[in-house]
Write a protein that binds this ligand. Sequence first.
Ligand code: IFM
Length: 402
Amino acid sequence: MLYPVKMTKILEFPKNFLWGSATSAHQVEGNNIHNDWWEAEQTGKIKHKSDRACDHYNRYEQDFDLAKKLNQNAHRFSIEWSRIEPKQGEFDQKEIEHYRNILLALKKRNIKSVVTLWHWTNPVWFAEKGGWANKKSSVYFERYVKVIVKELGDLIDFWVTLNEPMVHICNGYLRGNFPPFQKNIFKARKAFNNLIKAHQKSYRIIHTKYPEAKVSIAQLTNYFEPARKWCPLEIFLAKLFRYIWNYWFLEKIKKEVDYIGVDYYFHHRMIFYPWFIKNLNETTSDLGWEIYPKGIYYILKELHQKYQKPIYILENGVADIEDKLRKNFIENHLFWIHKAIQEGADVRGYFYWSLMSNFEWGRGFKPRFGLIKINHQTMERKPRPSAFYYAQICKENRLWFG
Ligand code: IFM
């Protein structure tokens, strides 16, 4: 009698592949009292408060010990501009020292650093001047970047100037649910142009001092496809959204990126009627976001074909409080990433979002993306079972699939 045999495939990843996880300052540090998000939380414009967040500001050594124990060889985090420059033109040497210590703590553990210079939060003084809609915004940002390059540049392995600029523009200037809570298409356009300038200037500043530096942005790329492959209107919609959301910003800065930084979470099946998006939602996260691993494959193939540059996946993760989905989520995404690599995409790293469950912006602490569970009362840290699964992959540089 013949029994069905379950085939397991061993999928090897390229040599020197970066395996890590990501965080951002406001989401994990706690007490970022000089930025616009903190202010919006205090005035009730944002319903939840970040408060002590994960107290990562004080516990980063412990968190990096855990990342090391979980075999991660790279870590993405952000520097909080409002700590470095709490008042316009006044730079806080103690905070610069703090981030130096963070970078040294990573070096000591042989963990490569991927540093985001702006992950959505702005110093209050900058926000009061109109934030990114102000025509001098890129000049202010440039001054901050110069300080970081001078004081910390020697310790930074990879640079990410901006995190998901399109999300900030869309939520902050069109939908009005993120600071600065605007619904103004003209301001959105200004912010778009100024963020581009900010990136371009930063790129030049970093490269002037460090010609070999690796600089990019983290671009949120969604997989848009027509719901009905034969429908010309839906094909058009998918192409339009793909261009605007995934490529418009990237196209403007493509000469000023050394690699492509990708964040991937969403799949959208575009339908012409009754409303734009109709997903099948066979598996969804705690946030109701559809889990669609194959989307990352299409995105990587397209990015490779378009830009022919190294690609780093700077974020990919799932909100899953019970840790029921995360293992499969990681496994299936890595399967498709591996396939894209096999077919030529030069993918060199993967960063799970997030190292620890943290402050998920307007949704507060409820969505749990972390590999490490945090008890926000006691601040106790405990890796979830999926963290050990991911750790095995990081250690072996390969995936046992099936
Ligand atoms: O938490 C965010 C992160 O700050 C930016 N990318 C998406 C994540 C999950 O929503």
